[in-house]
Design a protein. Sequence first.
Length: 344
Amino acid sequence: MNTQYFRLDGSHDNGAFEICGEIIRSGGLVAFPTETVYGLGVSAFCADSVSKVFEAKGRPSDNPLIVHIAYPEDAEDIAFTSPLYYELAERFMPGPLTVILPKKDCIPDEVTAGLNSVGIRCPSHTAAHKLILTARVPIAAPSANISGLPSPTCGEHVMRDMTGKIDAVIDMGEADFGLESTVISITHDSAVILRPGAVTKEDLLEVCSRVTVSEAVKHPDRAGDRPASPGMKYKHYSPNAHFSLFDGDDDEFSSFINDLQGERIGVICNTECAKSINDAKCYTYDKKDGIKELCHNLFSFFRRADDDGVLNLYARLPDDKGQSLALYNRMIRAAGSTIISGDK
Ligand code: TXA
Ligand code: MG
């Protein structure tokens, strides 16, 4: 299949949205940028085409897709909303939040992997918004990576994973946040975080009277066979390199790295810490804006480490507060839950 490629800078679209909207409406697959990561979009009403998304990604068929809408009230067409949904929408939409709601019959089982709920997301990225509007249908979209690889945070990642498998790619450079949206399920006044993201527990508490974090977020190994969010049971986001987390401060971390024997060692660390590391290949982020920068770069560091032939990749265990909980979740899943203690 020939994959059409549109590199846009935000000022001229050269008809890309008309073309891509038409592709989606007629059952094709288009990758597009969002404020979190790139998505692989398909009409949420087109059951046959949805199966092509699972094929292109090599995604297990029991892992449901999120449906993207242009405006919060468009959820009415596809799901049963509630007052809390609108309070959340008022505060966080458009933006990096996915709310699980009971689905209406027009959403085929293929989208939700047979569940009677659907994840609703209203992205803030202008390209995502425009694509949904021109397609004139809600867009079901998982992240546009091969299943198991890190989510794509720029057009180049998408092209590497999807060229020849999908109809088109809209490339608008790097995704802003760099980790996938916060996924929550809700009752009448409370929320459960199934996947942490840019919208934090503290943010949600401005609207919900109670917010809990699903156990699988910090303990993916305890997700079991039927977690509330099926995606949690799969080892995700992994580089090919063996990835390990180190629980200790920068000084302990750099001495641990410098004592390692072996070749092709990679280290994810801040620029200050990198100065005390001797031989390893460092993937660095600015300490000043640490969490934000690491969220933005984590998946691209994973891909770069693989390109560089790194065999063992190390990073410090992030803390589990605020937006750092999203980092904690992605990193601990990539590391298969193994943590090296700095006390040893
Ligand atoms: O930021 C994002 O959310 C990106 C962009 C493209 O929007 N999308 C994304 O989709 O990360 P995906 O398919 O890679 O991850 C969706 C996650 C999975 O863990 C899935 O199990 C969960 O959301 N999910 C989707 N629908 C669900 C539902 N009805 N109930 C529970 N979990 C659901
Ligand atoms: Mg994904």
